[in-house]
Design a protein around this ligand. Sequence first.
Ligand code: ADP
Ligand code: MG
Length: 249
Amino acid sequence: MTEANTAPPMIRMVEVDKYFGPLHVLKNITLEVPRGQVVVVLGPSGSGKSTLCRAINRLEPINSGVIEVDGKPLPAEGRELAGLRADVGMVFQSFNLFAHKTIVDNVMLAPIKVRKMAKSDARRTAMELLERVGIANQAEKYPAQLSGGQQQRAAIARALAMKPKVMLFDEPTSALDPEMINEVLDVMTTLAEEGMTMLVVTHEMGFARNAANRVVFMSDGDIVEDATPQEFFTAPKSARAKDFLSKIL
Ligand code: ADP
Ligand code: MG
């Protein structure tokens, strides 16, 4: 058997429940992301998309169910959790770069601290990644000196510096001016084409149509649809998805 047949999915969630007090935010969520797949998560505001991402990275504890990354259950805490977080790259709507550090220092920081990489190696890797996302010439600047699109590309480079097995994106272009959205989506599309496993929360339907292997539609803490982009956009099954699409398309 080839590896593809035997390897576990990169992300596996089984019957995951999450509450905030009385609010049931993730309702018995079961979801698999096979390695190399790009899954786009769509859904109205408040449907649980961010909580789903944060649960996978264990930024939010879950109340019940199982979450595995690359076949390993999520550890609760300690060194193993740090290791898992390093395997799961995350990019947020707000870029979350360290304001008082240069762009290249932002990218070097975690590999040195968490991966114990030598400084010279970390710098070389960081410069390669900044080259890849098209902002090597901004390396010595501070975040505030960059445009939003450049900052978000720096944030992607910083996540990639940890050599993650999977990348989670939570509305990575929602805070950007329109003219900067495509430069970030282009980087994400290239990453997808190179085979990165990705879970992407976005309202960019063009990206969902073109780059996603699957679209997962969430509403009120439920996964209501799990389909190919073609199926989802041409023939949504649920009333909730039809309603959502009628508002955004
Ligand atoms: P989405 O990303 O789809 O907009 P979220 O995952 O952010 O949705 O939120 C899902 C629900 O959980 C919402 O009703 C939101 O108000 C609630 N929620 C999110 N984070 C918290 C929190 N830290 N405490 C209490 N409620 C929260
Ligand atoms: Mg959100």
